[in-house]
Structures are given as C-alpha cells and as structure tokens.
Design a protein around this ligand. Structure first.
Ligand code: NAP
Length: 308
C-alpha cells in the first residue's frame, strides 16, 4: 500500500538531516530516504573545525550522530532504500523505492555529491586495493606506510594532514604550482614534516601486483615521466553532483547541479533542493545545514498554502 507523507527528503547528509529537523519541527509527516551512508560526506570527514560551535574533538561521525538523533527526536523517520522512480502527479508526487511506494506532497532533494574519479590508468582496478576516496574510512590501513594524495583543494590538503597520523610519509600531488585550499589549511600542511609536495604533476597510471606499489607521474610543464613508490593513494579532486535521478524532473545546469533559488525552490512547485547537489558557490557543512533549514521551512509553507 502506498504510504502518504507531507515531505520526502532524498539524502541523509547534513542538508537532508537539517531539512528533516526543520520539517519535522514544522509538524510535517517527514521521511528521509537514503540509499547509502547516513551523514554523507560529513560522516567521512575527520576534523570539522569550521562548523560553528564544533571546536575540539569534533568529528564527522559525531556530528552526524547528533544531527540524526535530533532529527528523529522531532519525529522524522529515516529509511535506507533506493529510489527507482519519481513521478510528478497533478497534485504531489509518487515515489517508488526498492522496498515501498510513497505519495508525498513535497520533495526535498539533498543527494549531495560523490568523489570525482581522476581517470588515470588502473584507477578502477585498484580501487579498494590501495586506492581510496575516504581517509576516515581507510586511513588506518596505511600505518607506517607511504601515501600519495591527489588534489590541491581543501579536501586533499586537510585529509593529507589527517593521514599523517598513520602514514610514514604523505606526498600531495597537485596539477598546478599553487594550492586551491584556504590559507589556514595550507599553512598546517607546509608546517607538517611528514608532508611533501609534487607540483605541476598528474598521475598517468597506478602500478602494482594486486595492490598498489607505485604511481607513474607526468610533469605538466616539462613532460618528464617519473615513478613514485607508494603503498596507498587517496584521490581528492572534487565531487560530482548526484542529480541523475532528477534530470527529467527539474532544471539542472551543464555541470549537473540542480538550480534552486534562495528559498531552495526548484522550477517545479513542491520540489526543493538543498546542499551540495544545489548550484552554489560555497559548499560547506554549515551551508548544507542552512539550505536544509530553508528547504524544510519552505516545504511546510508550501503545504499550508496549497493543501487547505
Ligand atoms: P575542489 O575545491 O574543487 O578542489 C579540487 C582540487 O582537485 C583542485 O585543486 C583541482 O585542481 C584538483 N583537480 C580537479 N580535477 C583534477 C584532475 N582531473 N586531476 C588532478 N587534479 C584535479 O574540491 P574539494 O577539495 O573536494 O572541495 C570541494 C568543496 O568542499 C569545496 O567547496 C571546498 O571548499 C569544500 N571543502 C571544505 C572543507 C573545509 O572547509 N574544511 C574541507 C573539504 C572540502 P585546480 O586547483 O588546478 O583546479
């Protein structure tokens, strides 16, 4: 039998959990559907020192746990299901998952983004055999070993610093001669004796015998090819928005981000968007949570204006 809801939030990262909290506090019958890990990127982040109020010992898993508990305390339900179909009806929406069928008055899309693949030879083959996209999940497999981190943004540098807890040495390989990461994070990395940098360089290939043993590198300026012995590789070169499911439903930009206004409304009345899947400039836990709050409140307003 089709279950009826006021709002279905798709994705249980910071944006989805925040939307869940605000929607449930607005007395909406709220369901959060997550196909993967509760907490999304927050769950796989170690130090969170820029979410207001989180200072010492503030880890992603701890923040996720609190967000989830708070959301459930106010009555939001969270299920782990995979959506196969979303249909816009004359009024409301029909959603089918691998387990249930739902009717909902509103939808909040908070599906976030997933790691971008670097595209070098052997990347897919060696995933889980020395190549990882999550330092929190896999860092401790590399105790006393040598690791390379690919990328030059906040994530690469921050997670590179985190990996020095375990690794003998961390080499950050960046395609330019200047990092994109914010200055405070850069300074920490430059002052860390376990971190080396290789500039203007891209990875061409990973080599190994079942597990990663080395990387073939190409200097973009000189064209020089070299080999770097490593035991593990962490790829942090940005994210791709998880918007595939909504391509026929709402307006999406050329990079795949869903377009929403400052009230988190998409072009379809009743569908809102929040967090990293939304086209916006600053992607942080605090902005994801803010998006979620606005979407949750506006879903409630939309229902009170359109369902008398
Ligand atoms: P990002 O800021 O987009 O940086 C991606 C990095 O990877 C850039 O340095 C880029 O090089 C490099 N890159 C991109 N494609 C590449 C390729 N094909 N091969 C080699 N290198 C490539 O991504 P991010 O670091 O994952 O961060 C994503 C968002 O989350 C950002 O808004 C960031 O501020 C935020 N974030 C914030 C924190 C924090 O505040 N503590 C932590 C993590 C993430 P170029 O520099 O040459 O473009």
């Amino acid at each position: 039998m089709t279950k009826e809801l006021d709002t279905i939030i798709i994705g249980a990262g910071a944006a989805g959990l925040s939307a869940g909290l605000y929607a449930a506090r607005g007395r909406l019958n709220t369901l959060i559907i997550e196909k993967g890990i509760i907490g999304g990127q927050t769950e796989s982040t170690n130090f969170i020192d820029n979410y207001p109020g989180s200072i010492e010992n503030s880890t992603g898993p701890l923040l996720t746990k609190r967000m989830k508990e708070q959301c459930e305390q106010f009555g939001a339900k969270i299920v782990q299901e995979e959506i196969s179909e979303i249909e816009k009806l004359d009024k409301g929406f029909f959603i089918k998952t691998n387990k249930e069928e739902y009717y909902t008055k509103t939808i909040i899309i908070a599906t976030g983004a997933e790691p971008r693949l670097a595209g070098f030879k052997g990347e897919k083959e060696y995933r889980g055999k020395g190549i990882s996209y999550c330092a929190t999940c896999d860092g401790d497999f590399f105790e006393g070993l040598d690791i390379a981190v690919i990328g030059g943004g906040d994530a690469a540098v921050e997670e590179g610093i985190f990996l020095t807890r375990f690794a003998n040495k961390v080499t950050i390989i960046h395609r330019r001669d200047e990092l994109r990461a914010v200055k405070s994070i850069q300074e920490k990395a430059f002052n860390n004796k376990k971190i080396d940098f290789i500039w203007d360089t891209v990875v061409e290939e990973v080599k190994g015998s079942g597990i990663v043993q080395s990387l073939i590198l190409r200097n973009k300026k000189t064209g020089e090819i070299s080999e770097l012995k490593v035991d593990g590789v962490f790829v942090y070169i940005g994210y791709v928005p998880n918007s595939g499911l909504f391509k026929e439903l709402v307006d999406i930009d050329e990079e795949g981000y869903i377009i929403g206004d400052e009230e988190m409304r998409t072009n379809v009345p009743g569908i809102f968007v929040a967090g990293d899947v939304r086209k916006k400039s600053l992607k942080q836990i605090v902005t994801a949570a803010a998006d979620g709050a606005i979407a949750g409140v506006n879903a409630e307003k939309y229902i009170s204006e359109n369902y008398k």
